[in-house]
Design a protein around this ligand. Structure first.
Ligand SMILES: Cc1ncc(COP(=O)(O)O)c(C=O)c1O
Length: 389
């Protein structure tokens, strides 16, 4: 059987390799503490579950859902934005329902890139950003993120011939995996840069709420209130622990929203209406549950970072996201994949190798804080002998 060439760049996947390493360790009798996946272990709220349960017994929710049927959700998303960021949003033309934000960010390049066009992506970055560009036949220019620049890209480093052939830039802060936060002034520079170079500015914004310090975490639309070049992707996976429900939305430039809608119209019929009703309950009601979840992740962060420091692993304390981005100990400094394979096989602790997020992620490992503090402390105890190796 012959497959399309566009599948080729999707064939190497460090995370699939890690999955195999985990399975091997499990078969060998290791008790796995899985800190490799950024999937919240906390439950969705009762309010959300009740709204979905009620919908299930209503046959009116059982059919295909066309664009018009998503109106109540789009309205709730627009209100949430206005309340949180003070930005006026037209739910008819500037919001689009998504089956998770990954679906949206992966489909958008099909609407923006012609084959051979460049997309400017963060390196390290979220793997589906690159996947979507490959599926659209685009080329990737990885913008390296370095600790000394606060893990923000330096636009002046982009070669002019690449820039001339670029159609889009993808940012995402608070950032997975480095945990960096971008200030509004950086977003203003990015908007200005994209306006000058005729680029679509995509902002993937799943960690909008997972912030532990009293720092502003801006929406890209605060830097581009006219929505001249920008589109932002939000998901209910993180703030509302709804990862498995697959629900998110895009907000931004009406032409971009329309173009993405055209791509999606060829692909899907929107999320199940009951799940939209659950998401409306999440976005519209009290936000105390979000604060409680943030508090839980803060306690986990503190316990994990303190324990790592105790065994001599000097990791920075993240201000946001559900991750710890740790520089590898010296003997493993440029070998994150072997480190993670060795770690899971010898200790049962699974982490994500930095190289899986891009070339500039090499030298690091990402731990996801998806267990209670006691389990995280136990994981560090297991890691300890590897540190003194
Ligand atoms: C940067 C980033 N974008 C998107 C996603 C996926 O979001 P969703 O569940 O809405 O597809 C994640 C999940 O970890 C993420 O870290």
């Amino acid at each position: 059987m012959q497959f399309a060439k566009r599948l080729q760049p999707l064939q190497t996947n460090v995370f699939a390799d890690m999955d195999r390493a985990k399975a091997k360790a499990r078969t060998a009798g290791q008790n796995i503490i899985d800190l490799s996946l950024g999937s919240s272990d906390l439950p969705a709220s009762d309010r959300v579950i009740d709204a979905i349960a009620q919908s299930l017994s209503d046959p009116k929710t059982h059919g295909y859902l066309l664009f018009h049927g998503t109106q109540a959700f789009r309205q709730a998303a627009a209100c949430w934005y206005t309340q949180k960021y003070g930005i006026q949003v037209d739910p008819e033309t500037e919001v689009l329902t998504l089956i998770g934000s990954q679906e949206g960010t992966a489909h958008l390049p099909l609407a923006v890139l012609n084959p051979g066009d460049f997309a400017l992506l963060l390196d390290p970055g979220y793997p589906s950003h690159a996947g979507g560009v490959y599926l659209a036949g685009g080329q990737i220019y990885p913008m390296p993120l370095r600790a000394e620049n606060g893990f923000l890209p330096v636009f002046e480093e982009i070669p002019l011939p690449v820039l001339a052939q670029s159609r889009m830039m993808v940012l995402s802060y608070p950032h997975n995996p480095t945990t960096a936060i971008a200030p509004l002034s950086f977003f203003q520079t990015a908007v200005d840069f994209c306006q000058r170079h005729n680029l679509v500015l995509v902002h993937d914004f799943p960690y909008a709420d997972l912030v532990f310090e009293d720092v502003a975490v801006p929406s890209i639309l605060q830097a581009d209130p006219e929505k001249s070049v920008s589109i932002e992707f939000f998901t209910l996976s993180k703030s509302y622990n709804m990862g498995g429900f697959r629900i998110g939305y895009a907000i931004g430039n009406a032409n971009l929203i329309r173009a993405l809608r055209q791509v999606k119209a060829a692909v899907d019929f929107n999320q199940y209406q009951g799940i939209l009703n659950g998401a409306i309950a999440a976005l519209s009601g009290s936000q105390e549950g979000v604060k409680a979840a943030v508090e839980i992740f803060r306690q986990r962060r503190d316990a994990f970072v303190k324990a790592l420091h105790r065994i001599g692993w000097e990791v920075p304390t993240p201000s946001a996201t559900m991750y710890v981005w740790a520089k590898l100990p010296e003997p493993w400094a440029q070998d994150s994949i072997n480190f993670c394979t060795y770690l899971v096989e010898t200790t049962g602790v699974a982490a994500s190798p930095g190289a899986g997020f891009g070339k500039s992620g090499e030298g690091y490992v990402r731990f996801a804080l998806v267990h209670d503090p006691e389990v995280l402390e136990m994981a560090v105890e297991k890691i300890s002998p590897v540190m003194s190796k």
